[in-house]
Design a binder for this molecule. Sequence first.
Ligand code: FMN
Length: 285
Amino acid sequence: MLSSTPDTDLIYVIEDDSTTATITRILLEKALTNSRVQLYGNGQQALDHLTAARQHSTASMPSLILLDLNMPLMDGWEFLDACNHLTVGEPVCIMVLTSSINPEDRARAAGYQNVAGFFSKPLDARTIERILRLRRSASGPTQRTAAGTEATLHHLMYQSRATAPMGDAELTQLLTQSRAFNAAHNLTGILLYSQGNIIQLLEGPETGVRTVFTRIVRDARHTGIIKLADGPVGQRLFAQWTMGFRTATPTDFATFLGYINPEHTERLSLNDPDLQDLLVTFATA
Ligand SMILES: Cc1cc2nc3c(=O)[nH]c(=O)nc-3n(C[C@H](O)[C@H](O)[C@H](O)COP(=O)(O)O)c2cc1C
């Protein structure tokens, strides 16, 4: 993994096609007025700059890297492997940007801890917005170990049904109670509510996630709890939310649940950038 504190305005675009690289730069600069976009034609060039930036604390580390997969000299996969060997520290958010539509590439990318998203070319303003939203949600203040890394992260997502409809007062009380406990245990996540239907994502150190889930399961305010995901995860999706909250329309809720069909839970993984993107878009729209 990469190290040093990232500069929020600095973005690397690693792309061998100069037209695509230029368009990406223009779109990024339009979306983020203060951004400084640096273009690299292959993974090796970018890696050299990252290594130098890490060695000289005066140089800035990027807060976002947009990475093409097929490139000469050092392709995207080799770049990701090389990043894994750099010293551990504040992780840099990498989004894969590729013309590949191969689901195996998607799954492979999801296996890298630094990869927070997987997007298809050609890039447009809407995709840039999704990328930036995903970066914002993925990079929040989280507790780090003495070595500067976050302990192994775990996520758990479930759906349930409120035993009685929850109004504003009940939900506010629930969230206040949740946020205090979650902050103390370095847990983050999101609670989605729609006319008695609940989906909650919890993320953080595994022991904390399991402790809070045990308490949540016992809670008489809801019932019919079905676990949708439970496993290790590369990085937090809602790092800045001790418990984000959103009420959703029944249609939105049904769409979301349709994607994460509980009958296929063994295939559900929040390491899947598509699902991450869907969840963040849904939660922050
Ligand atoms: C839908 C739902 C979500 C909840 N989420 C959390 C949470 O994220 N964190 C938390 O501490 N408590 C959460 N709670 C509250 C816990 O279930 C429990 O009431 C609280 O942790 C106090 O537990 P105790 O009564 O065993 O001390 C949630 C409850 C419900 C019904």
